[in-house]
Design a protein around this ligand. Sequence first.
Ligand code: ADP
Ligand code: MG
Length: 584
Amino acid sequence: MPRIEKLDPHVADLIAAGEVVERPASVVKELVENSIDAGAGIITIEINAGGMNYIRVTDNGCGMAPEDAGTAFLRHATSKLRGAEGLEAIGTLGFRGEALAAIAAVSRIGLLTREAGAREGVNLSLDAGEVIDASPAGCPEGTTIIVRDLFFNTPARLKFMKSDRAESSAVASAVLRCALSHPEVSIRFIRDGKTEYHTPGDSRIDSCIYSLFGREFFSGLLAAASTEESIAAAGYVSSPSAARGNRSYQFFFVNGRPIRSATLQAALEQAFANNLASGRFPSCVLYITTGLGNVDVNVHPAKTEVKFVSDKQVFDSVYYAVLGALERGRAATQEPGPGAEAAADLGSRIQNAKSGPKSSRTQNSEGGFKSMQVGEYRRNFTSPASQSPIFSPDSPFEASLRVIGEAMNTYIIVEYQKSIWFIDKHAAHERIRFDALKTGAYEPMSQSLITPVVCRLGHDGVSILLENSEMLENLGFNVESFGDDAIAVRRIPAEIDIGDAEPALAEICAELGRGGTAEPVRRDNIFKTVACKAAIKAGKSSDMRELETLAARVMSGEISQCPHGRPVAFELKKTTLDKEFKRI
Ligand code: ADP
Ligand code: MG
């Protein structure tokens, strides 16, 4: 049997190094965190060619005394813990006294440091962890560490490195996260001789974001904040119109540390669920603050993932913060869309119409809904105009719109200013219905069915629907049990075709039976079902008045996507036509 032997300390260092130092980005992260721990207010990070050959981090922090400078590179050397009472901090803050030793073991290091108030500083050179030179030096207060030739003595690790470009962008993204988590520190990042980021360090999140991402990104942001029991979430989210094609601008911080978390991502995206086209993603910079006991940071060695004691609480805090931001954003400005100039004026009229008395709903004793026959209802109420008495014929906005007609019984063709617009009439109407259901501006009217529709939805389905009969009643459905595995539907929302009653209820039933969905999301999904079934159908012809009303609402900028995220309108510019016909 082979003898068991203790590892050579050098080999042990290399193994430890592999755990802490994966690539240039992890070196930069550790060095910047040390500078922040040292109380620096200004940190400059410079890399060349991805950081494999050259990384420099300079700070104006507390610096190190000459006798401490060498010690800092020994394993388990830290000034941040004193004995076992600080052990908890190892878990929460990651002070293990390992980073400098690990980095030094796999590179060549130059250290220049002077303690605040000291007459002179020290210049130290290390090669693979061995001090090869130490001499007094005149230098500014603070610390500069230069890391050269990373992994020069571990060829196996070197092989894992990606292109300079990939390493360089990983460094940039690490710096970005450090900067966002410390707006109180001014961070300058120089990549291949060019300053890429420079944050002001004025403790303001907004100026920090502005300096990192620029004016355009910043101007698309909405402020978000919420406080649940023991969790606060605050920061910024993108407005729906500023969504991107990927998630690379989603930044979450938990108790000040950058974190990846499926829960936080889901909360963000579910709050946006009805406002984004598929394949588009919101951006955010969100800070979650909670008691240290509510998070476990030790699930990932680099502590970039966390486990929450209560996923639901964290989910809710982010979900409601984002939802609130979106709602305030909508209230403050109409979403800029086609015809946005006219929207401001129109917006106030829409608001008035929403808050006014719900005149179209007629009360009677039976469940609060007026019952009438289908034909009577259709004659009086099915045109979209009946729900939105906000367009007067004398409106200058409407006058500037010309509905040319509809194509394929599906697309409304509109001339507006210098463009032709195509509007998906079902998608547009569905969105209007959905928004109205959500805001309570629209309560579906019931139509009594002469012959009840019997839906066989199985035992579970029947009990789910009966348990929720009150909610269904509010939506315009009246359901009763009909044997063990079926229900009889006596009334349905007036705009839903009888043939759609069973599919609608089956969808609602499936939604109610599905676990793991946040309540507001579930409610939205049910509204989507009703809105979809109650909307004008593609493929069926509509009268001109309906088309005009829908077109006016879409062109006002009130809506831009259907509840499922598909676009509602498509613009063909006059200039495009002119180009096609070689007029310009
Ligand atoms: P840790 O950060 O866990 O203490 P490190 O290996 O990263 O371990 O650093 C070791 C020690 O070196 C720190 O505890 C600190 O005393 C000192 N140190 C490292 N970087 C700096 C710096 N930029 N300014 C002042 N002191 C530093
Ligand atoms: Mg450290």
